[in-house]
Design a protein around this ligand. Structure first.
Ligand code: UD1
Ligand code: CA
Length: 451
């Protein structure tokens, strides 16, 4: 049985924020959520989150997630923090201790650490740093870890040690129950140090087995917004690398932001400054122009999205052509070869095979058949100020430019709507619909002259 404790009570003074540090985001998601995602991947049976500063904000932000909040009203040290969880721990379990402000630890690294826990051993994640300043130092005797000394308590000899404590450890809960209540705060900072349990473990002949992360960034915490930005870049670089390895061309890997997940088929090309949010799935040969924002959408093979287009909760079949400057809002569903051009907004719109809405239109709450041509400036008037109504345009219809289709209304199959019409009545197959003032030409009109 695995229980995870996440320390998240600190204030994060250096963020200079009204929000608790762990709610600040990386890739659009609070640091703490990243840590919770790792916990879920480790199949933790129970997750305890220690909260303090901004406790209510943290509770609210995580409402709906299956975690046990434990409040630490006064932050008396990392050992004191974990002590608060002791009454909730199952003595039979293994406990993994994580930090709410260390978002990028890999699940494999944590699994490796957890595997070091037994009745006679515990796991400690350490790292060797070129500049160990500020960290607790790992003290070894004949190769075995015997203690951690905090920077402020270390002697000059110990300060030279470059192997440092990341803070992450895994240990039998029963051992924690034995050691934590005996911690003292008789040290340079007057805090109850969690790190003091290492010497206790050593004294009890519980071996301290160390693991190291593959990359240093896995154990970096965020203390200020500069470090936040650095970790964001590291994260985004990884996403970009994964996409390239998966067969996508990124015109500049440094100018792509993924705040969710993105899947690519073969030979996709993504131009600069695109942002992907939620779950985005691209088929094969999808081309995305610069400055596009794509959220929770699925895009079929061969579809081309030109510059500055925004797609949200939309589904596009193969070989569609979008943009530039198109906005597809939730519920836009395009069949193959559909075309949505510049300054066109769609919402809850089903658009049939090969149909085109090329310029300056609003198409909302609409069902459009195959082979339909919607002229420039066409508006589906879907809202009467209270209710939304549907526009249906059947296969092969042609809607002249600058028409207003006042829903609910149906335009029949292969029907033609004359430009500038205000269509309020249903029509049938093959009809010509003209609903505009008749033109009159007045012969020999004399223009007014200035008096
Ligand atoms: C701690 C370790 C140090 C390690 C370093 C890695 C101790 C005593 N020292 O030092 O060996 O090298 O992390 O970054 O553990 N927190 C609480 N409640 C508290 C105190 C802290 O929730 O009462 C949380 C903080 O919000 C923070 C984390 O625990 O997220 C670490 O606390 P901090 O005081 O920053 O420890 P360090 O001095 O960095
Ligand atoms: Ca710290």
């Amino acid at each position: 049985m695995l229980e995870i404790i996440i320390l998240a009570a600190g204030k994060g003074t250096r963020m200079r924020s009204d929000k608790p540090k762990v709610l600040h985001t990386l890739a659009g998601k609070p640091f703490l959520e990243h840590v919770l995602d790792r916990s879920a991947e480790l199949n933790a049976d129970k997750v305890h989150v220690i909260i303090g500063h901004g406790a209510n904000m943290v509770r609210e932000a995580l409402a709906g997630r299956d975690v046990n909040f434990v409040e630490q009203t006064e932050q008396l040290g990392t050992g004191h923090a974990v002590l608060q969880v002791l009454p909730h721990l199952n003595p039979e379990s293994d406990t993994l201790i994580l930090y709410g402000d260390v978002p990028l630890t890999k699940t494999d690294t944590l699994a490796e650490l957890r595997a070091k826990v037994s009745d006679s051993s515990m796991g400690l994640l350490t790292v060797n740093l070129a500049d160990p300043n500020g960290y607790g130092r790992i003290v070894r005797t004949n190769g075995s870890v015997t203690a951690i000394v905090e920077q402020k308590d270390a002697n000059p000899e110990q300060l030279k040690i470059d192997e440092v404590n990341t803070g992450v450890m895994a240990v039998k809960s029963a051992h924690l129950a034995k050691w934590l209540p005996t911690l003292s705060n008789d040290n340079a900072q007057g805090e109850y140090y969690l790190t003091d349990i290492i010497a206790m473990s050593s004294a009890d002949d519980i071996a301290i087995e160390t693991a190291q992360p593959k990359d240093e960034y896995e154990v970096l915490g965020v203390n200020n917004r500069l470090q936040q930005a650095e970790l964001e870049r590291i994260f985004q670089r990884q996403v970009a690398e994964e996409l390239m390895v998966a067969g996508a061309t990124l015109l500049d890997p440094a100018r792509l932001d993924c705040r969710g997940s993105i899947e690519v088929g073969r030979d996709c090309v993504i131009d600069v400054n695109c942002v992907f949010e939620g779950k985005v799935v691209l088929g094969n040969n999808v081309h995305i122009g610069p400055n596009c924002v794509i959220s929770d959408s699925t895009i079929g093979d061969g579809t081309v999205i030109l510059a500055n287009s925004i797609l949200e909760e939309s589904t596009l079949a193969e070989n569609c052509n979008i943009g530039p400057f198109a906005r597809l809002r939730p519920g836009s569903q395009l069949a193959s070869k559909a075309k949505i051009g510049n300054f066109v907004e769609t919402k809850k719109a089903v658009i049939g095979e090969g149909s085109k809405v090329n310029h300056l239109s609003y198409v909302g709450d609409a069902e459009i058949g195959a082979g339909v041509n919607i002229g420039a400036g066409t508006i589906t008037c879907n809202y009467d100020g209270v209710n939304k109504s549907k526009t249906t345009i059947e296969d092969g219809a042609f809607i002249g430019s600058n028409s207003a289709l006042v829903a609910p209304v149906t335009v029949g199959k292969n029907a033609t709507v004359g430009a500038g019409s205000i269509v309020t009545k249903n029509s049938e197959e093959g009809d010509l619909i003209i609903a505009r003032a008749k033109q009159s030409n007045i012969k020999g009109w004399a223009r007014p002259v200035k008096k």
